[in-house]
Design a binder for this molecule. Structure first.
Ligand code: 8YV
Length: 327
């Protein structure tokens, strides 16, 4: 029997390609070309499955061109690149890569929070530019992490990881807002109290965004929300571009409406709002929160496992629309 044909849409670890080749006829984009949606659809039209990453859009238009496609396995926990309704309507299974990146991403959220509050990159640029001539009492004075109030918007697995780091490691008071409240055991483990979004924005010293992107969460933080925050507050976005109105944020940072921001994700990335690039009080990284070698390998292997299990016995590990698997 011939092997199912799959497309690996972006370059990934060669050892994961080798694993996939044991089960599939693989077309792999190991040169890491960035394809347009039409090019992706063209490559997918004779494929039974796809290994995708967060930048590969799968929607009704792509699906209409790919009648053989049965599964798209995303190497990401976030899946806003998938139109899940369109995939379900076309009978195409979607899977994501949760859990394996939780702790690594929570570590990075904390790294970005600390770099932002303690002005790490801003002061490094100053030093590298040869501007360090003397000590002064307020040179790059930032805000404290320990003992401060940490506000987490979006309290899924990564949000909980950040809460635990803050509460147990740094003695922070943790408040959170989420679509649904955690059960009491989880709240106790995270030492976190549920508050309204408005209370969180008004009282937190540091606000960390970890909520999934959807049309409903578009611009969750805009000019009005930034105006509610303390002028000494920091804002960290490790969730998705589009959750923050980047233009409004650049203005708020310039006007010192808030003290500083740490951003790993951007609206329209990899493009970055030119205004943000010229504001000093922002720490910016190129969407690397899950980027450690073991974690990226685990994410790639989980996506591969989803493809392998699906074609073996229709039992993918982390399905997003299991209805397409039938009873
Ligand atoms: C990925 C991410 O690096 O998992 C996610 O949702 O945002 C990142 O960990 C990115 O989406 C590539 O697939």
């Amino acid at each position: 029997m011939s092997k199912p044909k799959i497309l690996v849409a972006r370059a990934i670890f060669p050892e994961v390609i080798s694993r996939l080749e044991q089960h599939f006829e693989v077309e792999a984009n190991q040169s890491d070309a960035i394809w347009s949606k039409a090019e992706l659809a063209e490559k997918l039209k004779d494929k039974d499955g796809a290994f995708t990453t967060g930048g590969d859009r799968i929607d009704a238009e792509v699906l209409a061109a790919c009648p053989r496609l049965k599964i798209c396995a995303n190497m990401a926990v976030g899946y806003n690149n998938f139109d899940i309704d369109a995939m379900t309507a076309a009978g195409v299974l979607a899977t994501n890569a949760p859990d394996v990146l939780t702790e690594t991403t929570a570590d990075f959220g904390f790294a970005l929070l600390m770099a932002t509050a303690r002005r790490v990159t801003e002061s490094e640029h100053f030093l590298r530019a040869g501007k360090w001539g003397k000590w002064s009492y307020d040179m790059f004075a930032g805000s404290d992490i320990h003992g401060s109030t940490l506000g987490i918007l979006g309290m899924g697995r990564i949000g909980q990881g950040i809460a635990k780091r803050g509460a147990h490691g740094f003695g922070m008071k943790v408040i959170y807002h989420n679509r649904s409240r955690l059960d009491v055991t989880l709240e106790a483990e995270c030492k976190a109290s549920y508050v309204s979004k408005e209370d969180l924005l008004r009282t937190a010293d540091h606000v960390v965004l970890v909520l999934p992107y959807s049309p409903a969460s578009h611009h969750t933080i805009g000019a009005a929300e930034l105006a509610m925050m303390k002028p000494t507050a920091t804002l960290v976005n490790i969730a998705r571009g589009g959750i923050v109105d980047d233009a409004a944020l650049a203005q708020a940072l310039r006007d010192k409406t808030i003290a500083a921001a740490g951003l790993d994700v951007f609206e329209g990335e990899p493009k970055v709002d030119p205004d943000l690039l010229t504001v000093p009080n922002v720490v910016m990284t190129p969407h690397i929160a899950s980027a450690t070698v073991p974690t990226r390998l685990a994410m790639a292997n989980l996506a591969a496992d989803n493809l392998i299990s699906f074609f073996k016995d229709k039992k993918p590990l982390t399905p997003l629309n299991p209805a397409v698997l039938g009873g």
